[in-house]
Design a protein around this ligand. Sequence first.
Ligand code: ADP
Length: 431
Amino acid sequence: MTTPTKEGSAAVQARRVLVLNSGSSSVKYQLLDMDDRSRLAIGLVERIGEDTSRLLHTPLTGGGAGTRERTGRIADHEAALKAAAEELAADGLGLDSPELAAIGHRVVHGGLRFTEPTVITDEVLAEIERLVPVAPLHNPANIIGIRTARALRPDLPQVAVFDTAFHTTMPEYAARYAIDVETADAHRIRRYGFHGTSHAYVSRKAAELLGRTAEEVNVIVLHLGNGASASAVAGGRCVETSMGLTPLEGLVMGTRSGDIDPAVTFHLKRVAGMSVDEIDVLLNKRSGLVGLCGDNDMREIRRRIEEGDERAALAFDIYVHRLKKYIGAYSAVLGRVDAVVFTAGVGENSAPVREAAIAGLEGFGLAVDAGLNAVRSGEPRLISPDYARVAVAVVPTDEELEIAGQTFALVERLGRTEQPGQAEPLGQVDN
Ligand code: ADP
């Protein structure tokens, strides 16, 4: 789209956002057009630093040319981003395009400081680095992604969208652990919560599905992917969430234990002789569904249950029992619940999990209609019968769209979508 500038020449209204999600060994990217919120291209670079690196790039314009694949060692994140940029350029969607308004970065931990999407300055980046001790697995990779993208397009607004931000509205009594206050504060130990962009997006979409505004409804969101978390959202604001200082707390997950008596860790050290690092790996990587039955994919677990596998059945029951406890607890926290909403890989796809989690909760006004629950769809939908007092819904999450939307809203607010000839330098934007 073009509009006349004051000088009379045509300036491009930049309305595209590149979303980057940099993990320790992978980079996922999506280019979105914010005019119609469509995807122009999506891609993934995985196994960065190994000989078997792979880039998969799918352009979604020009009649579906199909996925292109590159194999062979991609040494580091810088090489990964450069390769992705080349693929985008080959489709006429290069990072130098005047239509690109901003790059939105998923950043896992924003601590207490970042409650909103934030334009990345040197000072903001330094603050994200200061949070590494509380997010040692995630923030370093996010930081590398940011540095690389800034080097490629130093003039372009780059925005950090934080997984923790949506949860910063939690009241102090929900966010604090009941441990010595001085010790907690000295080490920034408190409950931060994660998956925030998903909880924000899904709770808003659920309100739309109910034909109400986000301010009018109280919802419980169950984000059940490989990582899993629940949140209680009152009038659009998060008041409770199940993940804590790290993503380890809360629900049973694919490979994480979720809630556990902290004394188990002392026991593993003192009695089982495990090191702290070994316990970390045990609880984060070898627990949850995989620890209980050897599989973390819900499809495989259901298949085994159909064949009469008892370990898989027990793992499923433990998973569902924890979900029920959270639904009950968050119903009490909210007082009035308008909807329980399932999302992410398991929540969107596993009818048996949804059915089992809601079974027996009629006293809470909750019920699932078997016919509606069996429908497979990529659309937000209700699965509760008409008579149910509380709606039960499935709402597919879209973290990339939420990151793009938040990024674009911020650069628009700052008047940064007209390229070139921006009015003022970005400076220290701190929000
Ligand atoms: P991540 O946390 O990695 O983003 P996802 O939200 O993509 O995870 O969820 C991945 C998980 O979703 C898988 O591990 C699997 O357990 C589950 N899943 C995906 N598809 C299905 C399906 N059709 N039926 C049941 N579970 C599914």
